[in-house]
Design a protein around this ligand. Structure first.
Ligand code: NA7
Length: 509
């Protein structure tokens, strides 16, 4: 298409392919390209802030990094991998898988690497996209595949910048720093910290673990797949598929059910966590410090077998006193003890409320998405926002997160989105956006239901909870989400057949 001459009407009216921008080349972005092409949509450009695909698996490279969802389920349904070496994959292997899929499905060719999107402006019925590098472009459809866990959250602790040793966030691991024999401090005891602690405790000279809140965890039933078993899976691909469904059903019926109000499953998970703690931490004093005062699975449940044994080691100290400040030589706690350190690791999580932000997104009437959300992001069916036509999110606000495969969720969302594009083509629509009342009704129902989930009843604070004081999560079972997303109900959407000439002129001003 000649970009100098901007199209007058929408793609569906002009009978051409829609120009689609996908933002992000992580798991969701890769999936989007593959699913769009399969459905016949081929005019796609991907903008990626970094120099290769992979998203969270590219960003995170810390020691011990692994996925807490079984490998054969944490795979694209259309690309089973018989070569997974373990039941729960390590980070580097998942990154290699993402690169392999991108290569095999010829995704890289359409990715603009090192080119984050700075601004998106809706000029009905098109989007003007301003990338960091190169000219502004016009797109018919924008898909934000920007992920959740990639903006590091740096704690606001006094003196952090004056620390004289090596300091880095877990998602920006400095591999040039040798930990051998060093005095290492780690702030945080979430999923990330647990994996790091298990992986480095033996190597370091001394490890100080700064815990603000203890976490519940179940063991990770890790297992290495033998070479003959992998060979068997290569010959009989149905084994990988069978494992996909086995883990999918097992995880959904256990961990996922435990979070959304299934009391029996919740008790089973709680018991498993308590047993794990009792069996692996014999010292009653340490056990007490590691015992949470809220229900299991209220914070995202940790699956890790190395953490407790590491915490029992002589060279590992659990510091539960609050942090007062960071000194040039270490961490000073509120009791006045200075924990001297050579290296300080911040395993303090991510700014999860950003989603597509910090890209500036302006919708109809120049309303900015940041203002519309006002620090409490919501979406219709986790994918779209009223007043922002032809703008879709993958893994957006209020999606199912919990302990499940986000790859499956992205695939479900893409199948839904493709049906919406097909409908636009069929009805010759120029744009579609959720109706305000549909969006509000959906979110009100979610707000009512969220009170039944362990994320609320469990009595904890977690990264799921946003400014409204409620978790930003889908409150029902993930299978319900898939059921609801099978077919779009188009009565929930404004189906826009034409943008009046005047509005178009105003938007372009
Ligand atoms: P999380 O789960 O957000 O954990 C962050 C940890 O850092 C958690 O223990 C926090 O304590 C702690 N934290 C954060 N800020 C501070 C300050 N200021 N002082 C002391 N301690 C602090 O992030 P992860 O990276 O572990 O995991 C994120 C997701 O990645 C995980 O759920 C998986 O989906 C993969 P808190 O509990 O808030 O008291």
């Amino acid at each position: 298409m000649d970009m100098m001459k901007e199209p007058e009407a929408g793609w569906a009216i002009e009978g051409r392919d829609p120009r689609i921008a996908v933002i992000g080349a992580g798991m969701s972005g890769i999936c989007a390209v593959i699913k769009l092409r399969k459905a016949g949509y081929r005019d796609i450009t991907v903008y990626e802030k970094a120099d290769k695909v992979g998203g969270t698996w590219r960003e995170n490279t810390y020691p011990g990094l692994s996925c807490d969802v079984p490998s054969h389920w944490y795979s694209f349904s259309f690309e089973p991998n018989p070569n997974w070496s373990h039941r729960f994959s390590y980070g580097a292997e998942i990154q290699a898988y993402m690169e392999h899929v991108a290569e095999k499905y010829d995704v890289n060719r359409i990715v603009q690497f090192n080119n984050p999107v700075e601004e998106l402006t809706y000029e009905g019925p098109h989007w003007r996209l301003k990338p960091k590098q190169g000219d502004e472009e016009i797109y018919d459809i924008v898909i934000a595949a920007t992920g959740i866990l990639h903006h590091p959250s740096i704690p606001d602790i006094p003196g952090l910048d004056c620390f004289e040793g090596n300091r880095f966030h877990s998602a920006q691991w400095d591999h040039s720093v040798d930990l051998t024999g060093k005095r290492v401090g780690i702030i945080g005891t979430g999923s990330t910290a647990s994996q790091i602690i298990g992986a480095i405790a033996e190597k370091v000279g001394h490890l100080s673990v700064f815990q603000r809140t203890p976490q519940w965890m179940t063991p990770l039933a890790q297992k290495e797949y033998s070479k003959p078993f992998q060979a068997l899976m290569r010959v009989f691909p149905f084994i990988s598929r069978a494992l996909y469904y086995y883990y999918y059903k097992t995880m959904e019926r256990t961990f996922c059910e435990a979070t959304v109000g299934n009391k029996k499953m919740q008790e089973a998970v709680s018991e498993a966590c308590q047993k794990n703690l009792d069996e692996n931490v014999p010292d009653p004093e340490l056990r007490k410090k590691l015992t949470p005062d809220y229900q299991a699975a209220c914070k995202r449940l940790i699956l890790c077998s190395d953490f407790y044994p590491a915490m029992c080691r002589d060279n590992v100290d659990l510091v539960t006193e609050k942090i007062e400040r960071i000194e040039p030589t270490g961490v000073q706690d509120k009791e006045g003890t200075l924990h001297e350190l050579d290296i300080l690791v911040l395993a303090t999580g991510f700014k999860v409320g950003d989603f597509i932000l910090p890209t500036k997104v302006f919708g109809e009437n120049k309303v900015e998405l940041k203002d519309f959300w006002d620090d409490a992001p919501r979406a219709h069916r986790a994918m779209s926002v009223p007043g922002f036509p032809n703008f879709w999110m993958l893994e957006g606000p209020t999606g199912p997160v919990g302990n499940l495969s986000l790859i499956l969720i992205t695939e479900t969302q893409m199948d839904y989105l493709v049906q919406c594009l097909d409908e636009m083509k069929h009805q010759k629509l120029v744009a579609m956006a959720p109706k305000k009342e549909a969006y509000e009704g959906y979110n009100d129902a979610m707000s009512r239901a969220i009170g039944n989930t362990v994320w609320v009843t469990g009595g904890c604070d977690s990264w799921y909870i946003d400014k409204t004081g409620t978790p930003n999560l889908y409150p029902w079972a993930p299978r319900q989400f898939r059921q609801e997303m099978k077919r779009p109900d188009f009565s929930e959407y404004r189906l826009i057949k034409d943008i009046p000439q005047q509005a178009r002129a105003e938007a372009a001003e």
